[in-house]
Structure formats: structure tokens, C-alpha cells
Design a protein around this ligand. Sequence first.
Ligand SMILES: Cc1ncc(COP(=O)(O)O)c(C=O)c1O
Length: 394
Amino acid sequence: MWKVQLYKTNYDEREYEAALRALKSGWHTMGQETIGFEAAFADYLGKHNAGDSEKTNLKCLAVANGTAALHMALLACGVGQGDEVITPALTFIADQNTVSFCGAKNVLADITSLDDLTMSPAEIEKQISPATKAIMIVHYAGFACDMDSITALCKKHKLYLIEDCAHTPGATYKSSDGSEKHLGTFGDIAAFSFFANKNLAMGEGGGLVTSNDALYTKLLHLRSHGMSQASFDRFKGRASSYDVLEPGLNYRIDEMRTAIGLVQLNKLDAANAERAEVAKHYYNRLDTLAASGKITIPFRHYKRGRPNHHIMPIILNEQIERSAVIEAMKEDGIQTSIHYPAVQGFSAYKGRVNDTAKAQFVCTHELTLPLYAGMQAGDVDMVCDSLGKAIKTI
Ligand SMILES: Cc1ncc(COP(=O)(O)O)c(C=O)c1O
């Protein structure tokens, strides 16, 4: 139906074979495939740059999805009733929902500007109160937050830092001292989503990353009923019984997904490089529209490391009616999206969260254009022609 889809997975025979291998293996949950994926992902993130083999104490746990990962991260940090968590004003609602599920209060921090849609460290600091337990950040669209400032804030106020890394696989942050590290290695815990539209896609899936051994143990218990032994260990004859050490959940993942994940991980850097090429072509095509003041291109002159171009957001100026642009582009067969509607507008959160003027403006005017690994220059041209035409005629 669409001439240009919002995203496409880059699966081929390698993913199909991996899923089939896991299916045929006779063991379908949290076994060898999952152990292999976890080790490889932690190893990948621990490498500060491609080719750098420096090892860290990073550990990864694969889980059912990104929301489960965020929920577990908050629980592991002891977030509960009476606590406040500072969450991004421009993000997917899973951030706020998981805080709510822990019985804690969401306090939103605004973005920096229309050019930099990540959370403003100054706005975060303004929201810190004696009840603040943790700061949850999101590296929107795969562009890093200002991690020098945010890690300093967490240290100064003794707060947990949870990175929502749903958008980040493969993206890095360059510190002011020149060092460069993968996103997901700055917080006490990072939560990844491997949902179908993500840079590393399993259909559904998630991951947790930490270098803190005590938090890792807590997460391990939370993932599977607080049990002392995994069922795979019992299957392998390494244990015959188990204890329940603390209350836990079932946020496990299956072998078919982690087998796909390992293939995706091996393709990640090349796929992200393809995304960067697509973004470059978009920038070339959209700069004229931006110069005329019709749109803003966020992160156009971004310098905080290597983004992974998870999505391609633009911001329409306030005279342009977004819904009309979406309709006109749909007529041309171009699928677009919105990242994200305002938290303040959802029934569940109306009147329960603070206003954040800049993020709310973006929530009303942002438009996400198609972007995926392997997208052709001709497709980008089709999107930009359609956008230009829509803006001119509205
Ligand atoms: C920023 C952000 N956080 C959290 C999530 C939740 O991940 P999942 O859909 O895997 O539960 C998503 C997924 O879309 C996301 O984009």
C-alpha cells in the first residue's frame, strides 16, 4: 500500500536460519542462544570504539521487551512509593508508565531546544527535590544526551541514572575529554528495546546492561521469579532444585528472538552506516526548506559523538498544520509518524504531570519521515518532494 514505508527490517536468510536453528534445537527459552547474545551485546557495548578491544565489567540480560527492562531497572534501583523519578518530557510513554507502576511520581524534565531534542541538564536539575530517587533519560532518535553534565548531576545529588536506550544501539557519546563510549554504558542501568522498528530488531525483545554486580544480581532475580537457578541449568543437570530468593517476575525472552538478535548485532554497524547515508541525503534535500524557515531539522549540527539515526524527525513551523501534511503525504503513498504525542495530553496523565513548554511544542509539530537501513536515495527524494509539495499547498 505504501510507496515508502516508515521503516523496514533488514532481515535476510541469516535471521531466518537463526530462528529456525533455535526452533529446531529443542530448547526454546533462555538457553545457549540467549547466553550467547547477552555476552556478545555486553562485549559490543564495552568496546569504546570499533576496533578497540578494551574490556569492561559490563553485563547484559536479555528480557521480554523494553518496557519490562525499564520496569526492572526501576525496581532494581528500589524506586517505590514516595519517590520521584525525573523522566523525559519527549519520549515514549513506557518511561512514565513504568515509574507509575512502581508507585512513584513522574516529574518531567524539558528538552534543550528545537535543535537539540534531548533532555536539558539545567531542566533536570531544576526538578530535583529531596524525594528524587532516580533520573531516567532517553537518547532521543539515537542522539546522546549531554552525558558529561548529567552524570555530574547524578553524582552531585547521589541519584540513580537509568538510560532508556530504546533508540541507541550502536550510537556513541564523545565526552569533553575526547573519550568516546557507547550509549548504555553511562548509567547505573541501561534499558534497551529490540522491538520490530528498532536498529537492532527481534520483533519483541529488550535488554538490560549494567556494570554494577549488585544491581545485576537483583535484575537476574527480577527476570525470573526470584529463582536461584535458571530452568536451563536444571535441564542441563547443573541443578535439581531452586530457591526463591526474593519476589520476581517473568520477563524472560525466548531463544528464537535472541538467535535473531545475534545476527542483527553482527549487522548493526553496517546498518547504522547505511542509516547515516540516508540521513545525509535527507539533510542535503531538506536544508533549503529549513533555510526558508518552514521546518527545523533537529540535531543538524550535532557533535556529541556518533548517532545511529534511529528515526528522522523534523519540526514543522507553527503555521503549518501537521495533520494536513500527514494526510497529503499519505495521498502520495508516504508513511510518516509522530515521536511523540505529549505525556500531558494523555487521559492517564492529564493534570498529573508538570508542563514542559518546549517539549509540548515539539509534540504538536514534530513529524517523523521514513528512515531505515538500505533505504534508497530515490525513496528519500520521493519523501522530500512530497513534503515540499504538501508544505507549499497547505
Ligand atoms: C523511547 C522508548 N522507550 C521505551 C520503549 C519500550 O520498548 P518496548 O516496545 O520494547 O516495550 C520504546 C519502544 O518503542 C521506546 O521507543
